[in-house]
Design a binder for this molecule. Structure first.
Ligand SMILES: *Cc1c(COP(=O)(O)O)cnc(C)c1O
Length: 425
């Protein structure tokens, strides 16, 4: 460990020293000692086009020579305006007000504040949110509060605001009871909403795939039924598409793929292709209208120093162009994953094989309690590095989330590596 750095999510005392990366090209990372590692998880899910893509690099350079940063209150700039327009065109129609911030957690904070104040601005006090078991929405206090209580937030549990948690109807290949479980979840939710509809500011969900909570997947049908309930009981639907946006689920966004228009959505991770921190919270005109007023107290008083940083916006615009080029890749990756997963069906070491778009996942059967600290995950992490693969299981959940530049041969290589690791576990 470097003597001057405090690494995230890392217990310095018991962790192996971090690997020093010299460069990245496409899916490959090159370490200082010359080793090459295939980045099978897009470096915490952000590098959708792989590393150091020259198109994005050039866009940033050109923008940096023109305008690198400017205060975003009382001033605006072309890259932000263009990006907002292009994002709105790609999102479900009705989502048309873009609020900029700079990471996924703050995108969620902004969504929660927007939803809460939406009611306050209409003279209603709605103190509660509904969220889902297994959810992860980030590490700031609001985002932690709507996240499932876990090892990550345990220490701070007394500081978090109260949230009602609903079970999440996760599903996998060969699941025969999902419809029943969805119905149970929906009727529980209905009961909650019926009891006191006026206490809920909104419902927040990671649509189609819960990320850090273990790559748990649900059906688009569930989201459509959830939206119906939200409308019936007049609350707000918030999508956290921070991880699942920008092609990850096979469509441009889970909202588009499932045909559900939330009231507010949060985007970050893939937005700049992994080059620069940037995020947006996008809401409908219905929400924006309640803030539009002569009364200063109705303003959304939120912002960050680097809000809508022009370099980040330029990177995002270049990344969107690459998204158009790569649409055939991200929309066809699910079929490729399925082919490989077929060979794992029936293997007693794995269960709950699942895939949504570019994301494939499975639970490794382990005698230990499942969870983030499950040793099997650490074991797989170490063994895959020996094979030149960057895989970082979440507890006993092994997943692959490659950048869209991965070749068929490289994808086969990843699965061969996984077969090998399972054999020697
Ligand atoms: C990663 C993530 C966040 C938090 O984003 P950060 O940029 O790490 O703050 C929020 N929601 C989801 C679904 C995520 O996957």
């Amino acid at each position: 460990m470097h003597p001057n750095i405090w690494y995230p999510f890392t217990q310095a005392k018991t962790s192996p020293p971090p690997l020093k990366v010299k460069s990245g090209r496409g899916i490959w990372l090159e370490l200082e000692d010359g080793r090459k590692i295939m980045d099978c998880i897009s470096s915490w899910w952000v590098n959708i086009h792989g590393h150091s893509h020259p198109k994005i690099a050039e866009a940033i350079y050109r923008q940096a020579l023109e305008l690198e940063q400017v205060i975003f209150a009382g001033f605006t700039h072309e890259p932000a305006e263009q990006l907002a327009e292009k994002l709105v065109k790609r999102l479900p129609s009705g989502l048309n007000r873009v609020f900029f911030s700079d990471n996924g957690s703050t995108a969620v904070e902004v969504a929660l504040k927007m939803a809460y104040q939406y009611w306050v601005n209409q003279n209603q006090q709605r103190q509660k949110f509904i969220a889902f078991e297994g959810a992860y929405h980030g590490d700031t206090f609001g985002a932690m509060s709507v996240g499932s209580r876990s090892l990550f937030s345990q220490v701070f549990s007394n500081m978090l605001f109260e949230v009602d948690f609903s079970p999440f109807p996760e599903t996998y290949i060969g699941d025969t009871s999902v419809e029943k479980r969805e119905e149970a979840v929906l009727s529980q939710l209905k009961e909650k909403l019926q009891q006191n509809p006026q206490q809920y500011a909104g419902i927040i969900i990671e649509p189609l795939v819960q990320g850090a909570g273990g790559m748990r997947m649900c059906r688009p049908e569930f989201l459509r039924k959830l939206q119906k309930l939200v409308k019936q009981f007049d609350t707000l639907l918030i999508f956290d598409e921070v991880m699942t946006g920008f092609g990850r689920t096979g469509g441009w966004f889970p909202s588009i793929k499932s045909g559900v228009t939330p009231d507010i959505t949060c985007l970050s991770k893939g937005i700049t292709g992994g080059f620069l921190p940037l995020s947006v919270t996008v809401c409908s005109e219905k929400i924006y209208d309640t803030f539009y007023s002569d009364d200063p107290i109705k303003t959304l008083y939120h912002g960050h120093s680097y809000t809508a940083n022009p370099l980040g916006c330029a990177a995002a615009l270049a990344s969107l162009e690459l998204m158009v080029e790569n649409q055939p890749v991200f929309s066809s990756m699910e079929a490729k994953h399925l082919q490989h997963l077929e060979a794992l069906q029936g293997n007693p070491q794995v269960e709950k094989l699942r895939v949504t778009g570019t994301i494939a996942a499975m639970d490794i059967v382990s005698k230990q309690e499942s969870g983030y600290l499950n040793k099997v995950g650490l074991d797989i992490r170490a063994k895959s590095l020996e094979k030149g693969l960057l895989l970082r299981p979440l507890g006993n959940v092994l997943y692959i989330m490659p950048p869209y530049c991965i070749t068929d041969e490289e994808l086969s290589q990843v699965y061969e590596g996984i077969f090998d690791i399972l054999k020697n576990l």
